[in-house]
Design a protein around this ligand. Structure first.
Ligand code: GLN
Length: 478
């Protein structure tokens, strides 16, 4: 069975026309996992028996000629910081080594309701802190296309699993690019919704003012199908809201869109090979009659500094709950304080502890104004930059990463180099904007993605531009 060209629609067609049974198809994905995942290490856990049983139920529905739900039989992998009821959920951390999710995240509930089959939980940087997949406490994930290279992070396993046909699509979480960046590196599509459009209920918090769950898929159509199912207001997440057609003015005809190119995202600091692919794509867009305008986002260059103040602050607060009492692992001690110290010292990884220490310092009396408040002001400046830009253009185009994919180990001992990976993805999180990474080309066998950013709630325009790009500018599928 050729899984590499399967899409959600083709899967539904194949099932409907009895080209294959749901069990055969799920069996083929599980076969790929068995064959390849010992080296790739994309999965934390695989639910083979349940997945086959669920497939059997779909086959029974088909033989009874019953109407199938929208995602009937679609194998979806879920990042290990998103709760799936009854399943171990570690968020890539030893501190949650024994934690079993007591309920389904809203996104998981929605997927299950539509007949999707949760095939497994995917590896990730511990608590979603990282850009390479190397900060998982359960071993690094390999880039399936280039084994010496990092798959990107923090949704490393989700991106690798989709790319290596170990599932059809996946969910990740994106706080500074963790869906878009590994998608770009693994040569697939990854999308971050407008902040609030997808419920965070059941997502293990990292930086709550930035975290969003988003889809990873082989193509735009599948990413959109998944997004349409997981989006929407949820009473369990007070920051969630409606979106889509209800809130957006009718999406503009693609030919009438004006695309902005921020000078700050295409010049200094961007590797030549990446710039070449951006420029090539711009030429093709212009050739198709799309209007391109140079714009400026004067403060985005401060995005990484601003993010690495705000995030550690939120992390130090959110991760205070891992104290050896309330959740997960515990290491005993003579006094209560020893239990806290022993547990956190033993079970939290180096990068996580670094951020907790930085965040605690940033929020401490006397430094709060100097760091945290100042970073919040910079965040507002970045939001204002986008607001001004979107008065002139409909969408913004940038590379997803400033460099080509990097090797395993290359940035591991240099936190600053690792942090700079987020340069072009972090602004959309700080401003709460929807953004999508699309495969745009290759340089020396390494995948390069470009990113569209849209105004708040304009996911429809974002997807239709991305669709146009996929079909007309950088087509991959025959
Ligand atoms: N590289 C970012 C970080 O380490 C990724 C965060 C994310 O999007 N989860 O914070």
């Amino acid at each position: 069975m050729d899984l590499s060209s399967l899409t959600i629609k083709k899967l539904a067609q194949g099932l409907g026309e009895k080209e294959f049974s749901c069990e055969e198809m799920i069996g083929a994905y599980l076969g790929n996992i068995t064959k390849n995942d010992k080296t790739i290490n994309a999965f934390m856990s695989v639910f083979d028996k349940e997945a086959l049983a669920a497939a059997g139920e779909i086959d029974a529905l088909i033989s009874r000629k019953e109407k199938l739900p929208a995602l009937a039989g679609v194998p979806v992998a879920v990042k290990d910081n998103i709760l799936v009821k009854g399943k171990r959920t570690t968020a890539g951390s030893k501190v949650l080594d024994n934690y079993i999710a007591p309920y389904d995240a809203t996104v998981v509930e929605k997927l299950k309701r539509e007949g999707a089959i949760i095939i497994g939980k995917t590896n990730m940087d511990e608590f979603a802190m990282g850009a390479s997949g190397e900060h998982s406490a359960y071993g690094l994930t390999q880039n399936p296309n280039n084994p010496d290279y990092a798959p990107g992070g923090s949704s490393s396993g989700s991106a690798a699993a989709v790319s290596a046909d170990m599932c059809l699509c996946a969910l990740g979480s994106d706080t500074a690019g963790s869906v878009r960046q590994p998608a770009s590196i693994c040569g697939i599509v990854g999308m971050k919704p407008t902040y609030g459009v997808v419920s965070r209920y059941g997502l293990i918090a990292m930086a709550s003012s930035l975290d969003q769950i988003g889809p990873l898929a082989k193509n735009i159509e599948d990413a959109k199908i998944l997004f349409d199912i997981i989006k929407g207001r949820d009473k369990m997440d007070s920051t969630s809201c409606e979106t889509g057609r209800e809130l957006e003015e009718a999406p503009k005809e693609i030919k009438n869109l004006k695309i902005g190119l921020p000078e700050e995202c295409s010049g200094r600091g961007i590797q030549k090979e990446v710039r070449d692919i951006l420029e090539g794509s711009i030429k093709k867009l212009a050739g198709k009659g799309i209007k391109i305008e140079n714009i400026s986002l004067p403060h985005v260059g401060y995005g990484v500094s601003c993010y690495y103040i705000i995030t550690p602050a939120e992390v130090s607060s959110n991760l205070a709950r891992y104290d050896g009492i309330r959740y997960g692992m515990s290491k005993s001690g003579d006094e209560l304080l020893d239990v806290y110290l022993n547990t956190r010292g033993e079970y939290l990884g180096e990068e996580v502890r670094r951020r907790i220490m930085l965040g605690t310092y940033i929020l401490s009396a006397g430094y709060y104004d100097a760091y945290y408040l100042r970073a919040q002001k910079v965040r507002t400046k970045i939001i204002e930059d986008f607001r001004a830009a979107f008065k002139k253009v409909d969408l913004i185009l940038t590379p997803t990463l400033p460099t080509l994919p990097f090797k395993l180990g290359e940035r591991l001992n240099d936190p600053l180099a690792m942090y700079l990976t987020d340069l072009l993805t972090v602004p959309a999180n700080l401003a709460g904007l929807p953004a999508i990474s699309i495969p745009a080309g290759e340089a020396g066998g390494l995948a390069v993605g470009l990113q569209f950013i849209a105004p708040h709630f304009q996911e429809e325009s974002l997807f239709s531009a991305a669709n146009f790009f996929e079909n007309e500018i950088a087509p991959r599928h025959s």
